[in-house]
Design a protein around this ligand. Structure first.
Ligand code: NDP
Length: 497
């Protein structure tokens, strides 16, 4: 078994202590082999509480009009018991199960059966069969990049079936929001458990499996690096992109439709959030080939963190801004909203119609953040694709030559970019992402904490990711990485962090 064949390999060290570990010279720059108590405690905390956090947010919107404190206050003062809150929570329904199974099956079919044709007629778009980055075991996987095509077909069918043929209502996602949550959880747990069993008994490539000795850590962070079924069904690419990110824009559209149905019009804040997030989602699919070179695909193993996270956390918490908006409309419409079904007791929020100047400011912030995010990612991608033979901000880029060793003892050469946004800060792409995330939240006005969950979460996620990535890069590149951190001393904000 892979665990045995790899059990004598060197261990990576804690972030603080690593500069030139044995790991760095032997290609052990992937995920940690041993788990310190803090990581283990964090993993157990997340396994226990992340599903509860999602439930709490969605329940607070459904039963307490998006107030995060009201449920606690009710319980503390005895006005409600946990069992009362649970009893009011809509259960899974046959309809929701049918919708969810149809949705996931449809996405699997689009992913597996429709080779990309978009790259044949869209100038500048890179799709079709593409190679990923080299894994720690020295393997380069091939991927069928057809996400943009799947996104376009899905959205086209959504409009045709809901607006032209009236096969279903465009509010269908909103109307089944909590029953669908249970379905998403079932898939999220099923796929994570399957990935764990597969990692132990029939891994796609045993050389790229990692076992830490901790069941919880293995379950959460994954064992297999690139689990696949057959040659093409790649778990990481499918679950992140398809049930997760394609769903994102459909959910937003469904919330906007609900607001229109209940309130008669769609507020400018709802339009702003829809537009800004649609740009982000479309950017993801337009650049799906680039995504193969990001940390999710290049470094993270596939466990509960990605499996459950893509099925539940992403679609339910990344779209929190809109329920407040849609729910606000329900509140305004009072009993008419109740007639819509189980979400009738939803929200006591007012729809936000932003002053024009404010909304323009938010739009500009969102677009600027997106520009930095995209250009920084583009600069690195261009630099790596051309092996440094390109222009960054009109000049030949400054480069740090570096080397690393893969697990098969092969030595490889690489380059670190020190120009453009990568010379401003070591993760300025995250800074742009955070500016965009802040814009989504500001679009909801300042009246409530709940829509700001997204920026708080993204700030924690990307700061942690930045530290995690730098730990890995220090292991991978050793002294060369030190030269880069000396040349570009700040991570996210020059002069501050
Ligand atoms: P990056 O795209 O920043 O990739 C980091 C990797 O790039 C490093 O591991 C290293 O890999 C390489 N690298 C680091 N510095 C340099 C340099 N100076 N020159 C060349 N290569 C370098 O990280 P992510 O994959 O995390 O992020 C990609 C994008 O996705 C980001 O913009 C981020 O904001 C976004 N994102 C969004 C999330 C969301 O939920 N909305 C979640 C996570 C990310 P190597 O081993 O190849 O050298």
């Amino acid at each position: 078994m892979a665990a045995k064949s790899q059990s004598n390999d060197p261990k990576t060290k804690s972030p603080g202590s690593v500069t030139f570990s044995k790991a760095a010279t032997q290609g052990q720059w992937g995920r940690a082999w041993e788990v310190d108590w803090f990581s283990l405690a964090s993993v157990i905390f997340l396994l226990l509480f992340a599903p509860f956090i999602v439930y709490y947010f969605i329940m607070a919107c459904d039963q307490y009009s998006c107030s995060l404190t009201a449920p606690l206050a009710d319980i503390a003062t005895g006005r409600a018991r946990l069992s009362d809150i649970w009893a009011k929570t809509p259960p899974v329904t046959t309809k929701a199960a049918q919708i969810y199974v149809a949705w996931v099956t449809f996405q699997v079919l689009l992913y597996m059966l429709l080779p990309d044709i978009c790259h044949k007629f869209l100038p500048g778009y890179v799709g079709g069969v593409q190679e990923g980055a080299m894994t720690p075991a020295g393997i380069v996987h091939k991927y069928e990049i057809n996400g943009l095509q799947a996104w376009l077909i899905t959205h086209l069918l959504w409009f045709v079936n809901s607006y032209l043929l009236a096969c279903f209502s465009p509010t269908v996602i909103f109307d089944n929001w909590i029953p669908l949550l249970w379905c998403a959880n079932i898939l999220g747990y099923a796929v994570s458990t399957f990935a764990m069993i597969k990692g132990y008994f029939f891994p796609t490539d045993a050389r790229d499996c990692k076992f830490t000795g901790s069941f919880f850590y293995n379950y959460m962070m994954g064992i297999e690096f690139n689990p696949r079924i057959g040659k093409w069904f790649d778990f990481k690419l499918f679950f992140n992109g398809r049930p997760g990110i394609i769903a994102w824009t459909l959910i937003n559209l469904s919330f906007a439709a609900k607001q229109r149905e209940l309130y008669g019009h769609v507020t400018n804040s709802m339009v702003l959030v829809n537009v800004l997030q649609a740009i982000y989602v479309l950017d993801f699919f337009w650049n799906e080939t680039w995504y193969l070179k990001t940390i999710d695909i290049c470094h993270d193993h596939f466990g509960w963190y990605l499996g459950w996270g893509d099925c539940v956390w992403l679609p339910y918490l990344y779209t929190l801004q809109q329920p407040s908006e849609a729910g606000a409309s329900i509140y305004r419409r009072g009993n008419q909203g109740r007639a819509q079904g189980q979400l009738g007791l939803y929200l006591v929020y007012h729809p936000v119609q932003l002053p024009t100047r404010y909304s323009l400011g938010v739009l500009l912030l969102g677009l600027l953040g997106y520009y930095i995010f995209r250009m920084a990612n583009h600069q690195k991608d261009l630099f790596r694709r051309t092996d440094g033979r390109c222009l960054i901000w009109g000049r030949k880029p400054k480069v740090i030559e570096c080397s690393f060793t893969s697990a098969d003892e092969q030595k490889h050469r690489s380059k670190l970019l020190v120009s453009g946004f990568w010379g401003v800060a070591r993760h300025f792409n995250y800074t742009g992402d955070l500016m965009g995330s802040l814009a989504y939240c500001l679009a909801c006005g300042g009246g409530h904490l709940l829509p700001y969950f997204y920026i708080i979460y993204m700030a924690i996620l990307l700061t942690h990711r930045c530290l995690r990535d730098e730990h890995r890069c220090a292991n991978k590149y050793g002294r060369d990485w030190e030269r880069y951190t000396a040349a570009v001393p700040y991570r996210l904000l020059p002069g501050i962090f």
